[in-house]
Design a protein around this ligand. Structure first.
Ligand SMILES: Nc1ncnc2c1ncn2[C@@H]1O[C@H](COP(=O)(O)OP(=O)(O)OP(=O)(O)O)[C@@H](O)[C@H]1O
Length: 848
């Protein structure tokens, strides 16, 4: 893009004399603010209008900026551009008397951009390598009243512009003076300036009445290479002026008109170039200035425009239009093209250079390569190495292919078949047992199926399919015999070997006279192949994961079996609950909810669930009771849930799930009714339900603690409630076919045990609270549960101290010590849904 800089000169003496004040300020390195001096702060009608406007540029300078600063920020970079053979342009633009000539030419003490640029240009040429030759020449012209004059030889008169075949605009017949030093150029420049038309105006006593164009041409010739031309234009434009401001008449006025016309043409070009997408045609022909600047503006040049303004309030209008002009120029984009001929020449030279390098490295003379013995030898060795590398690569890749083969291509088919079979059996069973219409994917129905569907015989079609899959699997296993026989360690070793082999080959190639590029290529190839060694491992992981996601038929079968068992357990428990008209404790509801969600695969509802059919209506039939979400409803019954709450979800702490079958050694519970030999040992048969009995409190201080007993249960502050709990447990065990532990405190009169209180604040309610306070009791239970199951059951406000507890180390909740449960799962169902079933069986056997 065209780089645009803005320079604000200091206030002149004349401006200060006429009482002007500064209205243009540099805000930061790029932003300039112009304040309207006529804006009346008391004008309420224009109060909302902004009285100042900011403009941003590539770089902005104020009065404090030195010539050196301006040079470094704008023009210095162009030196390298020009000596490398490209075009560059720097031009000063602005109203008359704003410092354009000062910036470009400067003074003796403060030389301007021209002197500095030329000084650095020659210095760079001097420092350039001996391979490159430079020739510098210069021409200096002015465009005065639309006429081109040679400032180095004014006698030539009016010169003409023409475009050469390459589209470059040239001034015919202009004097080109070779220069060998900056000093020489500056002398020529001074000579030309003396010829430049300069007249005093009211605005500037040394007003330039023409556009001055210094053209420095640098011819760059690379030894053995092509020739390049770099051109540097340094243009000091005449200042735009207003007749009223300059108070010009006659010739001055005519000059001013020409100046303004050419500047207007320049402005139009800038406008058109800044909207290049919409305006395809750029009219450079309106003035000599724009024709000359065609390359600089329209492309093929690195161009810098330095706009100048006065800070004075009296120059506000000119400053505003200049800022807008320069701001618009900022959006011009230029594309620097290189001389195609010189580019081609450079490329040829590069090719020759590379060829000669290659010849030297391979020991091959430029001519007669086939007769050269070292070259032929190198070719043979290279061919051999190539073959060896290819072999190594094949070896390296082969095991990857083995890994990539699926373990058993028939496996997916088997899975499909198993799923189909399962669905088919479920369908058959339901039709037979329930006569229900079947909804595909009805998981609840599947659960209900129990293990009956397992007994449905396999259809002949499925059996045939299974056999054919087995045959295919056998065949494919035979084909992949190598893989099966080759353990992973062996394959890894194989990879390492081939990798080492490749490295050895690479080492062997190193002393050869191969080029740097070839060596780099080899290294790259090795890097490319390396990941393949590591690839099989993640891939095998993926395969393994896939296998887990699609478990084999046997796993599916097992899972179905467990689910069926689980459903049976739940049914029987429901029967038990219904028969005894027991309320469902909240943890059980939660577990049940989790269970149903697992069945439905829906992690959604978290509301409290309530068994609708319970406790008022006994569970009917064999189907699961319907459970509806009841948000915010308190569970109707307190329940010692410490253990259950300590681990709500079976998948989160599966190891703490209570076993279904009571074991004496761990929990102090043992079945006393060996007649029940089903999966739920100790659970009374639903066919012969016995109502739960309320055990009399041996101490006579509390009721049985069962729901509904709360009214009858007096508060018993500070007393351990383990005894009635144990009594209830005992009662239940009697009714459910379980027996209390022979050494249970409830039967042995509470052998005291000293346990540190886990509830120092005494926030957990005691059993008396639970039983006697109805709905508030579960909260206390929950609080107690947070302190560890089986602990902290005492009344609120009870002080923390070791105290005798009337339990046998199981906690006052009777059977509620960690891991306590009345029913233990059979070993075969202690996984997955079976575990969940174990949790569900828990309250049924420990009910008070
Ligand atoms: N940055 C500056 N620092 C100090 N003096 C400056 C600066 N810029 C301009 N001047 C002074 O302002 C006066 C006018 O400057 P100059 O002749 O360069 O203006 P100009 O834009 O070239 O005017 P014109 O277009 O009429 O030729 C000169 O006396 C010059 O020394």
């Amino acid at each position: 893009a065209l780089a645009v800089a803005l320079r604000i000169r200091p206030m002149s003496a004349a401006e200060l004399a006429e009482g002007a004040w500064p209205v243009a300020h540099r805000l930061d390195e790029q932003v300039v603010v112009l304040r309207d001096p006529l804006a009346d702060p008391d004008d309420v009608l224009r109060a909302s209008r902004s009285r100042q406007k900011s403009y941003s540029f590539d770089v902005a300078f104020d009065a404090t900026a030195t010539q050196e600063t301006v040079y470094r920020a704008t023009t210095q970079s162009l030196v390298t551009v020009v000596i490398s053979g490209s075009n560059a342009t720097v031009f000063a633009y602005g109203p008359t008397g704003c410092g354009k000539t000062y910036t470009m030419l400067g003074t003796d003490g403060e030389p301007g951009l021209c002197a500095r640029t030329l000084g650095e240009l020659f210095q760079a040429i001097e420092e350039a390598s001996g391979d490159v030759e430079y020739e510098v020449s210069m021409s200096y012209l002015e465009i005065y009243n639309e006429m081109i004059r040679d400032l180095l030889d004014p006698s030539l008169g009016c010169l003409q512009l023409r475009e050469d075949a390459g589209g470059t605009v040239q001034v015919t017949g202009i004097t080109q003076i070779p220069a060998t030093s900056a000093h020489e150029v500056m002398q020529l420049l001074a000579r030309g300036n003396r010829q430049r038309t300069q007249e005093p105006t009211a605005a500037n006593p040394t007003s330039s009445r023409s556009h001055a164009v210094l053209q420095v041409t640098v011819r760059r010739r690379q030894r053995g290479g092509g020739l390049r031309h770099g051109r540097l234009f340094m243009i000091d434009l005449a200042g735009s002026e207003r007749a009223a401001q300059t108070r010009n008449h006659g010739q001055r006025m005519k000059e001013g008109a020409h100046i303004n016309r050419s500047l207007l043409a320049l402005g139009n070009c800038i406008k058109a170039l800044s909207h290049r997408a919409s305006s395809k045609y750029i009219n450079y022909r309106d003035s000599k200035l724009t024709r000359l600047l065609k390359d600089s503006l329209g492309g093929n040049s690195h161009t810098v425009m330095i706009a100048h303004i006065s800070p004075a309030s009296t120059a506000f209008a000119e400053s505003r239009s200049t800022l807008a002009y320069a701001h618009r120029a900022k959006s011009i984009r230029t594309t620097v093209r290189q001389d195609p001929l010189s580019v081609v020449a450079d490329l040829h030279r590069e090719i020759r250079h590379l060829k000669s390098q290659g010849d030297t490295k391979l020991g091959r003379p430029g001519q007669g390569k086939h007769r050269d013995i070292p070259y032929t030898q190198a070719q043979v060795r290279l061919r051999g190495a190539r073959q060896e590398l290819a072999g190594a690569r094949r070896q390296q890749v082969a095991p990857s292919h083995l890994f990539l083969q699926p373990q058993d291509p028939a496996l997916p088919a088997q899975h499909l078949l198993a799923l189909d079979l399962r669905a088919q059996r479920g369908q058959q069973w339901r039709e037979k047992e329930q006569g229900e219409p079947i909804v595909p994917g009805d998981s609840e129905g599947d659960s209900d199926a129990g293990d009956k569907w397992l007994e449905v015989p396999e259809s002949p079609k499925v059996a045939v399919a299974r056999k054919s899959i087995a045959v295919v699997a056998q065949k494919s296993l035979g084909r992949a015999g190598d893989l099966a026989a080759c353990p992973q360690a062996e394959l890894s070793r194989h990879f390492r070997q081939s990798q080492q082999h490749a490295r050895r080959l690479e080492e062997a190639l190193r002393p050869w006279s191969i080029s740097e590029e070839q060596r780099e290529l080899l290294a790259l190839l090795r890097c490319l192949h390396r990941p393949e060694r590591e690839m099989p491992e993640p891939h095998s992981h993926t395969l393994l994961e896939g296998g887990l996601r699609h478990p084999p038929a046997i796993t599916t079968q097992r899972f179905g079996h467990r689910r069926a068992l689980c459903a049976r357990i739940i049914r029987q428990q429901q029967q038990l609950i219904a028969d005894h008209r027991l309320s469902v404790p909240r943890p059980l509801e939660e577990l049940y909810e989790t269970y149903l969600r697992e069945l439905a695969g829906d992690p959604g509802d978290t509301g409290t669930l309530k068994v609708v059919a319970h406790p008022l209506s006994p569970t009917q039939g064999t189907s699961l009771p319907k459970i509806l979400p009841v948000r915010g409803a308190e569970p109707p019954l307190e329940w010692d849930s410490a253990q259950a709450r300590s681990c709500d979800h079976p998948t989160l702490c599966p190891d703490s799930l209570p076993p279904l079958r009571p074991t004496r050694d761990r929990y102090g519970w043992a079945p006393t009714t060996p007649t029940h030999t089903g999966l739920l040992r100790g659970v009374p048969s639903p066919a012969a339900p016995q109502p739960p009995r309320v055990q009399e409190d041996p101490t006579g201080t509390a009721g049985g603690g069962w729901v509904g007993d709360s009214a009858a249960m007096p508060q018993s502050a500070g007393r351990c409630r383990a005894a009635p709990r144990a009594s209830r447990a005992q009662t239940l065990c009697q009714t459910s076919g379980l027996s209390t532990h022979p050494t249970s405190p409830s039967t042995l009169g509470h052998p005291p045990c000293t346990r540190p209180s886990a509830n120092p604040g005494g926030t957990a309610g005691g059993e008396g609270q639970q039983a006697g306070q109805g709905a508030s009791a579960p909260r206390a239970s929950a609080a107690a549960a947070t302190q560890g199951p089986g602990e902290g059951r005492r009344h609120a406000g009870q002080r923390s101290r070791p105290e005798p507890c009337g339990c046998s180390g199981k906690g006052p909740g009777g059977a509620q010590h960690p891991g306590d449960a009345a029913i233990h799962p059979a070993p075969s169902v202690r996984m997955g849904a079976g575990r969940l079933a174990g949790r569900l069986s828990f309250p049924g056997a420990t009910l008070k």
